[in-house]
Write a protein that binds this ligand. Structure first.
Ligand code: PLP
Length: 395
């Protein structure tokens, strides 16, 4: 028999190694979800870690749209978009998303992860330049690697470093990709400066607005629209449907040339089953509500202000964010785990985010707020955080 090492054995050793540290990841099963509450392990918990920023995930109108479409179109789409899976519900949702984001066309993907991999792999060829913020989401980094691009990561929001990186390879095609709202920090990319830089350097700007869509901009059209940037300035806009819209999936919006190119070359679009048509129908309903029910964004802002004010008074380690993502930076992984456990004992769910999801020494409670919360919920969170202090936790 060959002396080849066994892959599963090696994985088990790596997994054991992680169990020795404070970085082991564990699944939690939620048995019921009800507004901002979930039930898990027989306990009712008030959630402060969901991305359902506008509180739409359980809206009865979305559920009705889903049911109605399932009655007429069934559950699965049956195939990839390019075979026979592209239904009327998908086409209608794409039109609405393009209009909302002020782009010529939009194209649905089954997840945000697949959208980012597909865009990078379609746009970039081996050896071409991909410049990215160091704190970009994992799937943007993976996308550049999948494409075989030369990946340069600039320090967080440092436009001058991004400029140097673009200039260091000024003869190859270049894509500069950034999160619009950073998923673990909640701050917003310097989009106008990055757009000006890309215009000067003839690079293409891509914005992943997973956490900005629905939350930022007058009718929730996201960070790019809030910054007043056109399709010419940000030709590649990607956003997800599983966060503020309360559904699942993603889309890329931009000029027809981009969308037609993705249909030809984005492998994560071509070789996968189209999302269920009922999901597209529910998402279209979510877009209408997100655009028209301004009270959701207004309420969210009131809750954000209330939380930040209270947290400042308690001297908690807030980060500079005006979005629904309001992390408390604790540093040590064990400290973040302890804080999360103490909160859970008081009926609150805010999970600890540890390396490698965030840089070493920057473990945190990634607290997120939602229009589904009430002011009394924020006060309950603040009381619990104050009790952490009393318990001697390093918050
Ligand atoms: C910034 C960002 N981009 C992309 C994704 C991936 O989206 P999806 O969950 O739809 O795969 C996420 C998180 O899920 C994200 O935070």
């Amino acid at each position: 028999m060959a002396a080849r090492p066994d892959l599963l054995q090696r994985l088990a050793v790596q997994t054991d190694g992680r169990a020795q540290t404070q970085l082991y990841r564990r699944l939690r099963t939620v048995t019921r979800a009800e507004g901002p509450f979930v039930e898990s392990n027989g306990k009712r918990l008030l959630v402060f870690c969901s991305n359902d920023y506008l509180g739409l995930a359980q809206d009865p109108r979305l559920i009705a749209a889903w049911k109605q479409a399932a009655d007429s179109s069934g559950v699965g789409s049956g195939s990839a978009h390019l075979i026979c899976g592209h239904r009327r519900e998908h086409a209608e949702l794409e039109e609405v998303l393009a209009e909302w984001t002020g782009r010529e066309r939009a194209l649905l993907f089954s997840t945000g992860y697949m959208a980012n991999l597909g865009v990078m792999q379609a746009l970039l060829q081996r050896g071409e330049l991909c410049v990215q913020d160091k704190l970009n989401h994992a799937c943007l980094l993976d996308g550049a690697q999948l494409a075989g691009a030369v990946l340069k990561r600039y320090p967080h929001t440092d436009v001058e470093s991004a400029e140097r990186q673009l200039r260091s390879h000024d003869e190859t095609c270049a894509l500069l990709a950034t999160d619009g709202v950073f998923s673990m920090d909640g701050d917003i990319a310097p989009l106008r400066e990055l757009a000006a830089l890309c215009a000067r350097e003839n690079a293409t700007l891509m914005v992943d607005d997973a956490h900005g869509l629905g939350v930022l901009g007058d009718d929730g059209a996201g960070s790019v629209m809030e910054a007043g940037l056109s399709e010419r300035e940000v030709p590649v806009l990607m956003a997800t449907l599983g966060k503020a819209l309360g559904c699942s999936g993603a889309f890329v919006a931009g000029p027809t040339a981009l969308i037609e190119g993705l249909i030809q070359f984005a492998r994560t679009y071509i070789y996968t089953t189209a999302m269920p048509p009922a999901l597209a129908a529910a998402t279209r309903c979510a877009v209408t509500l997100a655009r028209t029910e301004n009270w959701r964004r207004e309420k969210l802002q009131v809750l954000i202000r209330r939380f930040r004010h209270g947290a400042e008074q308690l001297g908690l380690p807030l980060m500079p964010s005006r979005t629904a993502i309001q992390p408390l930076l604790l540093g040590d992984a064990q400290a973040a785990l302890d804080a999360s456990r103490i909160l859970e004992a008081q009926g609150l769910l805010a999970v600890a985010i540890r390396p490698p999801t965030v840089p070493q020494g920057q473990a945190r409670l990634r607290i997120t707020l939602s229009a589904a919360h009430e002011e009394a919920h924020i006060d309950r969170l603040l009381d619990a955080l104050a009790s952490l202090r009393l318990a001697g936790a390093p918050v």
